[in-house]
Design a protein around this ligand. Structure first.
Ligand code: PAF
Length: 282
């Protein structure tokens, strides 16, 4: 497995792969890899001859008061995990390589509607940063397909829309969330939790599962269910940002007759913001 840091090296390696008729799969990440990421790489390696994992802590998607500086940079450990997961090439550029003119002068990609609610409402500019860097990664790597985790449900919807709208010839593949035994979704941010917070964190998934059960049993009073979910999170010691019951395709509030429904949640535990989701069909 090779690691390259510049676009020039990346392009030259991929040019020869393409000339040999090889298929290319991309797994975009911000590093600090866990089993969730490894599952994305394994999925990509089942279908592609060459798997490129990008590791780039994208400054454009962090707000001014967010955790850009303390976001863990763990390239050596990440390389070990990727090598055993069937990855071929790591692309680990610097911010200067991606944004040579700086963030303020960078052309940006704005994805309307699906970016605006939920995390988009709480983190202004976040999805603009994600959409911009993902579009650039698609142009840099020109993969046949790219794999993203369903844990970031709204992010996946944003990426599907930008790919469709901008006619980018890349297939987008969603991969299921990987969970700890107690239900907590694997996330790089779990590492920020204290021992005490870690013990509370599974309440996020338990609340999703509980509300999902009530929906499948026929409740359609979504506003009350959302309130009950927020109360359960607060009682456990979390600070809910939102708990929204949405149509799985539009991410708009679900109606009583919608059949494919997704429960989206974001909640703070101390200073750590956890997100998760659960989809059901009723
Ligand atoms: O999900 C992530 O890790 C990031 O948002 C992504 C898709 C790599 C873009 O920076």
């Amino acid at each position: 497995m090779r690691t390259v840091h510049s676009l020039k090296e990346l392009r030259s390696m991929l040019r020869s792969a393409r000339q040999q008729g090889k298929t290319i799969g991309l797994v975009p990440t911000m590093g600090n890899l866990h089993e969730g990421h490894v599952s994305l790489v394994r999925k990509a390696s089942e279908a592609a001859d060459v798997v490129v994992t990008s590791i780039f802590v994208n400054p454009m998607q962090f707000g001014a008061n967010e955790d850009l500086d303390k976001y863990p940079r763990t390239l050596a450990e990440d390389q070990d995990k990727l090598a055993s997961a069937g990855n071929t090439l790591v692309f680990a550029p610097s911010p200067e390589e991606i944004y040579p003119e700086g963030l303020a002068r960078q052309t940006k990609v704005v994805v309307p509607d699906v970016s605006e609610s939920h995390c988009g409402a709480s983190r202004p500019g976040h999805f603009e940063g994600v959409a911009t860097v993902v579009t650039m990664l698609f142009n840099m790597v020109q993969p046949d397909f790219a794999v993203f985790g369903e844990k970031d449900f709204q992010q996946l919807a944003v990426i599907r829309k930008l790919t469709r709208d901008l006619l980018i010839p890349v297939e987008i593949i969603g991969a299921p969330t990987v969970r700890e035994d107690d239900g907590l979704a694997k996330s790089s941010r779990n590492g920020f939790l204290s021992k005490q917070e870690r013990a509370i964190a599974p309440v996020v998934y338990q609340t999703l599962a509980n509300i999902a059960t009530q929906l499948t049993q026929g409740r359609t009073d979504h506003d009350s269910l959302e309130r009950e979910a927020c109360e359960a999170l607060s009682q456990a010691g979390l600070r809910p940002d939102y708990f929204n019951i949405v149509n799985s395709h539009t991410l708009e509030p679900a109606t009583a007759t919608d059949q494919e429904i997704t429960l989206l949640v974001a909640a703070f535990l101390g200073t750590t913001r956890l997100i998760d989701n659960l989809s059901i069909t009723r």
